[in-house]
Design a protein around this ligand. Structure first.
Ligand SMILES: O=C(O)C(=O)C[C@]1(C(=O)O)C=C[C@@H](O)C=C1
Length: 302
């Protein structure tokens, strides 16, 4: 009995230990998955949780991508021949090399379904080919008549004419393919972030339609801009992106005491980018979207 009791109690202990080990392994692997896919990196179209908090969380995750891509682009000098048509790098065509490469990239990515995703907005929307992937569908969250807002021509102009010369060193290293790939990825990340203004606007509208509707009907852009602006939120974003510029852009040394105090990109340039262009353009997208928010809807009879 005694030994039987001992056996059964040790079997029970072993069984419990086994269960505990299994639970620990499960928790650990979930933890690894959590680390691999941070919450804010998940597309809201997958989670379907559209709230002001969740949309802001997505914007926070997108900051990481933008800062990494800024660091990547800053590894190359300006390479201005890419952007100047006078060099005729695309023989027989009136476009710059970057326009040519960007358009070709969008054509390939359209075939893979990139622009079926409402979070993506093409820079060259004319005559894009259909997706070869037919069965990929996305939930409809945006108001269809308003979802086509596209400010990529402004993003393009600001990026090449105002921002890029501040980010990179002058000069030409002839690395045009790698430089243009870096420009394209950075511009796509900026465009995605700025056009997320559509999702922010939709959430804000759904939370307070009674506040937005009269201003939309009156086409009062200034009042809409005031209503959707949160200065404190903007200040927080600017401080956070500057910090990300420092943390992601530091030179890593195995010697802990060695700190150069230098960064791969100027962190204050990241907050400047957000203050002068990213947030104002996001708000312009929000206003443009809202102005179309009632299109195609029946006016409510009081
Ligand atoms: O978070 C919001 O409410 C937004 O509309 C986004 C955003 C931004 O671009 O980060 C834009 C406008 C607001 O004033 C604050 C922040």
């Amino acid at each position: 009995m005694a030994s039987g009791g001992l056996v059964s109690s040790s079997t029970g202990t072993m069984g419990r230990s086994l269960v505990l080990i299994m639970l620990a392994v499960m928790a650990f692997s979930r933890c690894i998955i959590c680390m691999a896919t941070p919450v804010e990196e998940r597309s809201l179209l997958e989670t379907g949780e559209f709230t002001l908090d969740s949309v802001r969380q997505s914007l926070t995750g997108q900051e990481d991508t933008i800062v990494y891509r800024l660091i990547e682009r800053a590894k190359f000098p300006l390479n201005s021949r890419l952007y100047d048509q006078k060099y005729e790098l695309v023989p027989g065509s009136p476009v710059t090399l970057i326009q040519f490469l960007f358009k070709q990239t969008e054509i390939v990515q359209a075939k893979a379904g990139r622009y079926l995703n409402p979070e993506e907005t093409p820079f060259f929307p004319e005559n894009l080919p259909p997706s070869v992937i037919q069965d990929r569908t996305y939930p409809v969250f945006l108001h269809p008549p308003a979802s086509s807002v596209n400010v990529n021509n402004i993003i393009w102009d600001v990026y090449f004419n105002k921002f890029l010369p501040l980010l990179v060193k002058p000069g030409d290293d002839g690395n045009y393919a790698a430089t243009s790939a870096s420009d394209i990825e950075l511009l796509q990340a900026l465009s995605r972030r700025i056009h997320y203004g559509k999702f922010v606007a939709e959430v804000k509208y759904r939370e307070a339609p009674h506040e937005y509707e009269p201003l939309i009907r009156a086409k009062d852009r200034n009042a809409l801009m005031n209503l959707l602006t949160f200065k404190k939120q903007e200040e927080m974003v600017m401080r956070r992106v500057e910090k990300k510029g420092m943390v992601f852009g530091q030179y890593v040394s195995l010697n802990d005491t060695e700190s150069t105090g230098k960064y791969k990109i100027d962190p204050s340039l990241v907050s400047q980018l957000y203050e002068k262009w990213v947030m104002p353009l996001t708000k312009d997208v929000e206003v443009e979207y809202l102005l179309k928010r009632l299109d195609g809807e029946q006016k409510q009879v009081p």
